[in-house]
Write a protein that binds this ligand. Sequence first.
Ligand SMILES: Cc1cc2nc3c(=O)[nH]c(=O)nc-3n(C[C@H](O)[C@H](O)[C@H](O)COP(=O)(O)O)c2cc1C
Length: 194
Amino acid sequence: MSKLKLGLLIGSTRKGRFADLPANWIGTQAEKTGAFDVEVIDLADFSLPFFGDPAASPAQTQAADAFAAKVAACDAYVFTVAEYNHSLTGVLKNALDHASWTRRPAGSVAYGGVGGARAVMHLRQIAVELEMVSVKAAVHISYGDYLALREGRTGFEALPHLGTAAERMLGQLAWWGRVLRSARQEERSVEAVA
Ligand SMILES: Cc1cc2nc3c(=O)[nH]c(=O)nc-3n(C[C@H](O)[C@H](O)[C@H](O)COP(=O)(O)O)c2cc1C
């Protein structure tokens, strides 16, 4: 069975962001499962305009098209989710508006005061509207672990509870990813015959 293409969305573009640490770690964990080819989709690489902004430059419109094409080519997603004011980042919300995520599963690696839980709950609500399948398991990096990782006092390998959560989430993403990919393929072949 061919590998699933996993889009790893880095959901913060803040200078000095923490997001790179969990993104690198979960990308490695996903590759290790053997189920996924990981494609990093870093929002910092796309100068996305606000969705529908009439003042968007041609370069921004091009960036938005390139972003939407990258998202469409994936079979599953993992988001790094920073909690900003008890929700997800504005850049991630805007990015979600820009693409079609339909009938793909999604998981989160979140961080913040309560492990980014409030941001993940908002992301799950949005996922329903986008027809994404939000898997149950998620990685929540609690504040103590977040500080220790940020300050370099520990590494992910010394936090096995995060590894366990990642394993569960990636397992669920692989299962739903395979199911939904074959359903989409079946649908396309029925349409081609009709
Ligand atoms: C605008 C802003 C709002 C924040 N609001 C929250 C919050 O509501 N809850 C929380 O736990 N942390 C909050 N934080 C702290 C962030 O979780 C922390 O700075 C984290 O490193 C942000 O992710 P990033 O470094 O990848 O951008 C906030 C940070 C910023 C910049």
